[in-house]
Design a protein around this ligand. Structure first.
Ligand SMILES: [Zn+2]
Length: 61
């Protein structure tokens, strides 16, 4: 039995927040975080960042 967790990217920019999110079915939020990290998400350090924001520059056009 699992629960559906939605993890959203917390990066903010002058144009608004990053719309990226990931939905993971897991038993616990910890398991969801592990699965998200396996896909490149940075979860351990708040705020959460999607793979794009982790690797990309913090600048905006
Ligand atoms: Zn992001």
């Amino acid at each position: 039995m699992s629960v559906r967790f939605t993890i959203t990217c917390d990066r903010m920019s002058p144009h608004g927040g990053c719309p990226s999110q990931i939905v993971i079915d897991a038993r616990t939020i910890d398991d969801a975080y592990i699965a998200a990290e396996a896909q490149g998400w940075q979860i351990n350090e708040v705020p959460d960042h999607c793979p794009c924001c982790v690797n990309g520059p913090e600048t905006t056009p």
